[in-house]
Design a protein around this ligand. Structure first.
Ligand code: NAP
Length: 311
């Protein structure tokens, strides 16, 4: 683990405003994001606010890396003394063979969202998406995972990370429903070593919702610019169902609004974003992440984005 690098400039008093007021020096080290595209990422705002608040001489930069340049970008991490990077669509699986090692979480999920450059230059991949989700869900709702009958809508990369971490966190019954049923079957097979998991045939979706106690939308349905969409008819929501949505644009999706209107406990996607970032921060710096401050920075960046669109 790298030792934390103290900032040589004056930490801004305004870490809470998301600006890193420290001077960039010859000792400044980079972390960042590899994805394509990366323009809408909230991670620079979250991490730079945290570095400023803790007086760490680190900066977070989002790099748009086309797939053809991923191998060059990964090689540059060592050459340019990066501390690490986050990895997002479309590189989470493609980066795996380019790294020196994966930790147990990344191996179980089969994808990487965070790379740590170790002191000896080794590139180690981990995945904080699923653990970030579970931390946020448990923290915000107090749910007992072992007691849940889980229904996951979607079978993409986020569903895989969330499902593996739920199973490792104690959830033992996990149903998966997806627009493309073959992918639900694939994910259920992947989960077999961790939990009792099965794919829901499309014609059985209503029954599966009725049987569930924890419903998790991991699809992009309901995300702006399609915020009027929802993955389920509201009349399928029932008493005792905890409804969670990974989407955080908008912060409260139509699915969550309809669940709230029915008096159900809900959980939105922002907490997952913040906690996956906080777990990555802790791996890069060896310091506890200032989680509340990172959440505020993400919320401010979202508000600024909305204001910009409305201007
Ligand atoms: P992905 O790998 O591309 O998977 C997308 C999933 O959504 C697939 O299951 C896909 O079904 C389904 N889907 C897409 N459009 C649909 C539609 N119109 N109707 C029904 N199903 C549809 O993407 P991902 O990385 O898993 O991300 C999924 C969502 O999670 C996104 O909204 C993303 O913003 C959110 N997310 C949030 C966080 C967070 O920190 N809160 C982190 C990661 C992702 P098919 O298999 O049939 O295509």
């Amino acid at each position: 683990m790298w030792a934390a690098v103290e900032g040589t400039g004056t930490p801004g008093q305004d870490g809470s405003k998301g600006r890193n007021a420290m001077t960039i020096t010859a000792e400044t080290r980079l972390v960042g994001l590899f994805g394509y595209p990366v323009g809408h990422s909230l991670s620079p705002a979250m991490h730079n606010a945290a570095f400023a608040a803790l007086g760490l001489n680190l900066r977070y930069v989002a790099f748009p890396v086309p797939p053809a340049h991923l191998a060059d970008a990964v090689r540059a991490l060592r050459a340019l003394s990066f501390r690490g990077v986050n990895v997002t669509i479309p590189h989470k699986v493609a980066i795996v063979p380019l790294l020196d090692a994966l930790d147990e979480e990344a191996r179980a999920i089969g994808a990487v969202n965070t790379v740590i450059v170790e002191a000896d230059g080794r590139l180690v991949g981990t995945n904080t998406d699923g653990r970030g989700y579970v931390r946020s869900l448990v923290e915000e709702t107090g749910v007992d995972l072992a007691a849940q009958r889980v229904l996951i809508l979607g079978a993409g990369g986020a569903a895989r990370a969330v499902a593996v971490s739920l199973a490792k966190g104690g959830a033992s019954r996990i149903a998966i429903a997806n627009r493309t049923p073959e992918k639900a079957a694939e994910l259920a097979a992947h989960l077999a070593p961790f939990a009792d998991a099965w794919a829901v045939p499309p014609e059985r979706l209503a029954d599966a919702v009725r049987e569930a106690t924890l419903l998790i939308n991991t699809t992009s349905v309901g995300m702006v610019p399609h915020a009027d969409e929802t993955p389920l008819p509201p009349e399928w929501l029932h008493d005792g169902l905890l409804v969670s949505d990974l989407v955080y644009r908008p912060l409260k999706t139509r699915l969550l609004r309809e669940a709230e209107a029915r008096g159900l406990v809900t959980h939105g996607g922002l907490g997952m974003l913040v906690h996956q970032g906080a777990l990555a921060f802790e791996r890069w710096t060896g310091r506890p992440a200032p989680v509340a401050l990172m959440r505020d920075a993400a919320l401010r960046a979202l508000a600024a984005e909305k204001e910009g669109k409305e201007c």
